[in-house]
Design a protein around this ligand. Structure first.
Ligand SMILES: [Zn+2]
Length: 315
């Protein structure tokens, strides 16, 4: 069976054509939320001037694809993503979905799960905002003490849209208790957890919960590679626990880095932009130093993200 294809901003790309892929990054993010007056507004050229060098640096170390996780509610801007896709050889993947309750636009609050799923299916199979650019996956987010009732609705919509399209569902989820709860909801809505990605699993300190999640079939994303606030040796330890238990195929690694911030005059967020190269330049060497083979590195950084985001040929 063919390994399928991923949906990028510029069209479908065969999984066989992909090398290293970053499954959780940010190119353009507006954390002021959808009620801010200039929410998500920016000149695509200005964004490209700031972000293109970071994409070029990623490409230079072997990155072939990057998943943009800034969804509706935190600044998804299709014109920006289309322009960035034109100025970089890195394949870019855009999300459908919505961020957590506090960032949910008013227009999406009253919809039923079914109505929301229909909107997301349109993004995934037709195009986003009347364009021909299709979303490549569904990104949602849980409140820290969630899921709230609105987020339960989002989970149901995500399960419906994923079951119909085959799209992956990635969810910003802080801590194992919330992750367990949402996986239970997704399963009861008929979603195979093999299509689910627990984003920010590294914020749960107990590796037994990572392992339990992998055993249930979900992807466990350690997406704080290179982050100053995250102990990188702890992240290596988390990765090794899953490898040694036989669940290397469920590990995803990324930086959760970026991004152009339209609320700032120069587009650079406070603390600056963390690029997309620490995985290759620092983290993979740290894994190798702990005995992780080249084959495993390839599985985790090339095969896993492609499989996680792939659509089957019959979809
Ligand atoms: Zn993120």
């Amino acid at each position: 069976m063919s390994p399928g294809w991923i949906q990028t901003v510029s069209g479908a790309v065969a999984v066989e054509a992909l090398g290293l892929m970053l499954p959780h990054e940010h190119l353009f993010t507006d954390l002021r939320g959808p009620l801010a007056p200039d929410y998500a507004r920016a000149d695509p050229e200005a964004v490209a001037r700031v972000m293109q060098p970071y994409l070029a640096a990623a490409h230079a170390v072997g990155v072939t694809a990057l998943v943009e996780c800034s969804t509706v509610g935190v600044g998804r801007n299709l014109a920006v993503l289309r322009h960035l896709a034109e100025v970089t050889p890195v394949h870019l993947v855009a999300p459908t979905g919505v961020y957590r309750e506090a960032f949910t636009p008013l227009s999406l609050r009253e919809m039923s799960a079914q109505e929301l799923a229909e909107e997301w299916i349109r993004d995934l199979t037709g195009g986003i905002e009347g364009t021909e650019v299709r979303a490549g996956f569904i990104k949602i987010a849980m409140s820290d003490e969630g899921p709230t009732a609105l987020e339960v609705r989002n989970l149901k919509a995500a399960a419906l849209a994923s079951r119909q399209t085959g799209a992956a569902v990635a969810s910003h989820t802080v801590g194992g208790a919330v992750a367990r709860c949402e996986m239970g909801i997704l399963e009861s809505e008929g979603l195979d957890l093999g299509r689910f990605i627990w984003a920010h699993a590294n914020l749960e300190p107990d590796p037994a919960v990572h392992l339990e999640t992998a055993q249930r079939g979900a992807y466990v994303a350690f997406d704080a590679v290179g982050a100053a606030w995250q102990s990188q040796s702890t992240l290596v330890d988390y990765t090794l626990v899953l490898i040694e238990a036989g669940y290397a195929e469920k590990i995803l690694l990324s930086h959760d880095a970026g991004w152009y911030d339209p609320s700032r005059p120069d587009g650079r967020p406070e603390g600056g932009i963390l690029g997309y190269t620490a995985l290759v330049e620092e983290f993979i060497p740290a894994l190798r130093a702990r005995g992780v083979t080249d084959d495993l590195v390839r599985l985790i950084t090339v095969t896993n993200p492609a499989r996680a985001f792939a659509f089957a040929d019959d979809h």
